[in-house]
Design a protein around this ligand. Sequence first.
Ligand code: PAF
Length: 283
Amino acid sequence: MELIHRIKDLRHFVQSHRSAGKRIALVPTMGNLHAGHIRLVEEARRHGDIVVCTIFVNPMQFGPNEDLDAYPRTLDADMTKLRKAGCDCVFAPTVAEVYPHGLHQQTVVSVPGISARHCGASRPGHFDGVATVVSKLFNMVEPDTALFGLKDYQQFMVITRMVADLCIPVQLVGVETQREESGLALSSRNGYLSADEKQRASTLFQVLQHSAEQLLAGDANADVEAKALTALQAVGFRPDYFTVCHAQTLEPASHSDHDLVILAAAWMGKTRLIDNIRVQRND
Ligand code: PAF
């Protein structure tokens, strides 16, 4: 497995494999890898001959009061896991390599509409940062396929729209959320939770599952949302949003919508967690 820090070396690596007829699969990450990321790499192996994993804590997607400095940077441990998972190349650039003119001089990729609500409303500028860095990574690697975890459902939909709007020739694959036995979605930010917070945090997925059942039983969206907020508060969560949405537009769902996703974000102590569940409502 190669470790590359410079864009020109990355291009050279990718080009040498592409000219040998190999398909390239890309797994973009911010590092501090857990089993959810490794699942993406395993899935990438099914889609490409060469798997490139990027590790870059992207400052552009963090707000001024967010955890950019505290975000765990664990390159050596990540490399060990990636080598074992069969990754071929790790691209770990510096901030100056990705943003040579500084963040404020960077051309911004902004995806209107689908970025606006939910995490976009709570974290202004977040999806501009994600769309910008992902489009740069796509231009650096030119992958045939790119894989993303569906825990970040809104992020996946933003990237899907960006790829369509900018005619980027890449196939996107969304990979199901990996969970602990308790149901807690795997996330690098789980490392911020105390043992007690972690145990209570598993309620988030239980509430999502229960809410999905209530929707299937015919309960109104607003009632389901209100009960979920109460249940989350009861275990000490400070909910940010809990919304029944149309699964493609991410607009709040109407009663006649069938293809749904419930998107949730909530604070447990100082840690903001997100999760979601898909629901296919019948007539
Ligand atoms: O999901 C993430 O880890 C990040 O948002 C991504 C897609 C790697 C962009 O920095």
